[in-house]
Design a protein around this ligand. Structure first.
Ligand SMILES: Cc1ncc(COP(=O)(O)O)c(C=O)c1O
Length: 415
């Protein structure tokens, strides 16, 4: 069979394909693998209980059940859910936002595909634009989403060394090159893979830069406020008439529901609504149906603040203790964990590449992700990108502890 260039672009061996393949196998039965690689959220009993009860109420109500499984919804997404969400964001964050600013997608991943290709790529007048990632390392899932080549430009960060084997990345504003060919800026905050949370000052400055060039700032809020609130530091969420905020139900613990949310100006929302109709007809009903009542009541933020955030904070603390113990005596740094569900480890003196370390760990049954994948758009081959790995700590603690021991052994062996 001969496939078109569409397949060359989207069906190749992208980093995300390898990652989701490893993840899918580990989550569907290959229990011998210590899965410290994927971005799967933890299974939090209290959250699952909430969803279970809500599902039971749907099952017990024949009219609602029949609607949820039997009807196509509108291509903007479920109307009642969108209204409830606008109410929550106005109430909790004081954002000037209405239903006309909200559209759903089947997970935020396709939402990024739409956004990046709407705001960058080829334009009718023959011009080409790119998406600027002001700070790498940045989310691996963006890397292969372009309908055209060279969709991303990105920058190296500044590195601040902190006490106790920690460090923190900052945006290097001196090097940031926003040109007439930049279509948008994009940052994940908290950042996947590092757990960095851009400071309020950095975020505001990025917004000012975007405003002065009349382009939007996209903030990927998959781990942020008001839900799932996996943020361990003080951070003020940002929303302006020129910000696009992307959210998701996934990191609440519901990645199987595939519900993403885009907040933005109404013309953008209308365009994505039409794209949804063309590409998907409608969105899945289950995500909105299962969380609508906790969005309406505001319970979703309480759940995030009192159950989800402490769940991850505790896991991060525990994983850090194991890491410092096992890596003792080695040349290592850990990015200050300020949010999300990962730890980002940097081994400056590592004699092998992070990809070789990944391979050696995989042979020993431990899956992590080599850091070099997380620099989409970075043109220079910076040695730092081959010295880092991402470790997920959301899984079963025995697996995380065992995995960390093996990581330390392999780093020690590599010299
Ligand atoms: C930063 C970030 N953005 C977006 C996504 C996509 O999430 P989903 O498509 O499940 O909503 C992820 C998933 O890991 C992520 O970490």
């Amino acid at each position: 069979m001969q496939f078109s260039s569409f397949c060359d672009r989207f069906a190749g061996q992208a980093g995300i394909v390898q990652l989701m393949d490893d993840l899918g196998k580990a989550m569907s039965g290959d229990r011998d693998v210590l899965m410290l690689g994927g971005g799967n959220p933890g299974h939090i009993p209290e959250v699952q209980q909430f969803i279970h009860e809500r599902l039971q109420r749907i099952l017990d109500n024949p009219a609602e059940f029949s609607h949820v499984i039997g009807d196509y919804g509108p291509p903007q997404g479920d109307v009642a859910f969108i209204q409830a969400l606008a109410g929550l964001l106005r109430e909790e964050l004081n954002w000037d936002i209405g239903p006309e600013n909200i559209v759903l997608t089947a997970g935020s991943q396709p939402g990024f595909f739409y956004l990046f290709n709407m705001l960058a790529g080829e334009f009718k007048d023959g011009s080409r634009k790119h998406i600027l990632l002001p700070l790498t390392p940045e989310y691996i899932g963006y890397a292969d989403l372009g309908l055209t080549d060279d969709l991303f430009h990105s920058n190296r960060p500044e590195i601040e060394i902190l006490d106790g084997h920690y460090f923190k990345y900052h945006v290097n504003f001196d090097e940031l090159q926003v040109t007439t060919e930049t279509g948008a800026l994009c940052v994940s905050r908290p950042t996947n893979p590092t757990g960095n949370v851009l400071t309020d000052a950095e975020t505001l400055h990025l917004q000012e830069i975007a405003d002065s060039h009349h382009i939007p700032l996209i903030i990927d809020n998959a781990y942020g406020l008001p839900f799932p609130d996996i943020i361990f530091t003080e951070a003020k969420p940002l929303w302006t008439a020129n910000t696009i905020v992307c959210m998701s139900l996934s990191k609440l613990g519901l990645p199987g529901l595939r519900t993403g949310i885009i907040l933005g100006p109404d013309e953008l929302v209308k365009a994505i609504t039409n794209i949804n109709a063309v590409l998907s007809l409608a969105l899945g009903n289950f995500g909105p149906a299962l969380v609508q009542d906790i969005v309406t009541s505001g319970e979703i933020t309480r759940l995030s603040r009192t159950i989800i955030r402490p769940f991850y904070e505790e896991k991060a603390k525990q994983a850090l203790a194991w890491l410092h113990h096992e890596l003792d005596g080695l040349d290592y740094y850990i990015h200050k964990p300020e949010g999300a569900i990962f730890l980002w480890l940097w081994f400056p003196g590592l004699k092998i590449s992070s990809q070789e370390l990944y391979q050696r760990l995989k042979e020993r049954g431990v899956l992590v992700i080599s850091g070099h994948h997380f620099f989409p758009g970075l043109k220079e081959d910076w040695e730092h990108r081959h010295q880092c790995i991402r470790v997920t700590y959301s899984m079963n603690p025995n697996q995380v502890e065992e995995g960390i021991k093996i990581i330390a052994e392999e780093v020690r062996k590599a010299g």
